[in-house]
Ligand binder design. Structure first.
Ligand code: FES
Ligand SMILES: [Fe+2]
Length: 398
């Protein structure tokens, strides 16, 4: 949104908002609801406007949210205090690495404090090159009949679904199972309990795949805003995917749409937008480093679209499976049997893997991805936020 007046519509939870750069250049996140009698004032997805005019009775608002005009003011609203009747705005709006995060709680901590130690991993996704990452094209959105937590927990590190759910894609040869994330000794790295967030990383010891970006792109990578440990981890990584609790996820990966063509690295960002308990809208953005050539960006977009997008090969597999979980949870039989799901993979006695003692980054790092530690982190955080209580866990519970 480079220009004053640029806006897009977004949701926070299920509430509709307008995110707009106002005439003073500030980013505002305004509730898309008229203060007169509640009609939605902005009806389009994106655009540029100095004002928003309500289609019901014509109240108008500046792009800062301030009330600008009301029809029949002198006859009907002579004493209306305009200062009192602007659009509601999110009390906390922060821009970070070019992304905008808003929080509706006036007492919320800053975004950086919210990320906590997870910032160490989050920054790697956006700051490999000086220019950072660029969004390619418009966001893709699609509705899936699954609970939003299905996507959020998956991106925390559900490595063990890869070789089964995505069996048919792997058989095409566009990516080998380990590169795609299937558990294998010595290549997986799961980091959980990182300020309530989690990340899953695939690395090839002794190699420098740099998330499968080709040399024409990696020549622009330098530590810059990252420290050497963060940079080295990126260099060893084939893939990194994680969820910033609750519903913001990323997948930094390289693959191809044909076994004959080389891999292209790209970053996909996700928002798992809840639409009630049994449905979500998935938002997806594909990004590449700013310095990459236009040809590379086109290729990265093509590869991203063919794998992780509404029409993507991997995506089709996931959304075929996810809806059945919410259906199961809603069955009468599950209820009368107090059915519990099993999230024990890698837990305590299930695995001989111990957390890495001298791990360079924050969080609890396990040098295996045959586990569900990241998913447990997600659900622990969920439980704590929903009950406003702290879970007491010993190291076997992670
Ligand atoms: S509801 Fe918007 S002008 Fe009446
Ligand atoms: Fe998947």
């Amino acid at each position: 949104m480079p220009n004053r007046g640029d806006f897009v519509t977004r949701n926070i939870g299920e509430d509709p908002f307008i995110m707009v750069r106002d005439d003073k250049g500030r980013i505002q996140v305004l509730l898309n609801a008229c203060r007169h009698r509640g009609a939605q004032v902005c009806r389009v997805q994106a655009g540029n406007s100095k004002a928003f005019v309500c289609p019901f009775h014509g109240w108008s608002y500046r792009n800062s949210g301030d009330l600008l005009g009301v029809p029949v003011r002198t006859q009907g609203y002579a004493a209306l205090d305009f200062k009192e009747w602007g659009l509601f705005s999110a009390p906390h709006v922060e821009s970070y690495m070019g992304l905008v995060f808003a929080n509706l709680d006036p007492d919320a901590v800053s975004f950086e404090a919210y990320m906590g130690d997870y910032k160490w991993y989050f920054d790697i996704q956006f700051a490999l090159s000086e220019g950072g990452m660029e969004v390619l094209g418009e966001p893709h959105r699609w509705i899936v009949d699954a609970n939003w937590k299905q996507g959020a927990e998956n991106f925390c590190g559900d490595s063990s679904h890869t070789q089964m759910t995505h069996k048919s894609v792997l058989e095409t040869g566009i990516i080998d199972p380990v590169s795609a994330g299937a558990p294998k000794e010595g290549t997986g790295l799961h980091i959980h309990d990182c300020s309530g967030h989690a990340i899953s990383i695939r690395q090839l010891p002794g190699e420098a795949p740099f998330i499968s970006y080709p040399p024409e792109v990696t020549q622009h990578f330098k530590p810059g805003r990252l420290n050497q440990d963060q940079f080295d981890l990126a260099e060893r990584s084939l893939l990194q995917n994680g969820t910033l609790f609750p519903n913001f996820s990323f997948l930094h990966i390289g693959l191809s749409d044909s076994p004959q063509k080389p891999h292209a690295g790209f970053l996909t960002l996700r928002v798992w937008q809840p639409k009630g308990p049994n449905q979500m809208e998935i938002w997806n953005w594909i990004l590449a480093p700013v310095e990459a050539s236009p040809e590379y960006k086109r290729r990265a977009y093509q590869v991203g679209m063919s794998s992780f997008s509404p029409s993507g090969s991997f995506e089709q597999d996931d959304v075929a499976v996810w809806p059945s979980v919410a259906r199961t949870a809603a069955t009468i039989f599950a209820e009368i049997n107090n059915m519990r799901f099993n999230y024990q993979m890698g837990l305590g006695d299930m695995s001989s893997s111990e957390p890495i003692r001298d791990w360079v980054g924050p969080g609890v790092a396990n040098s295996t991805n045959a586990g569900e530690g990241g998913l447990r982190t997600f659900h622990h955080t969920w439980y704590e936020r929903m009950t406003n209580s702290k879970l007491e866990l010993d190291h076997h519970d992670h």
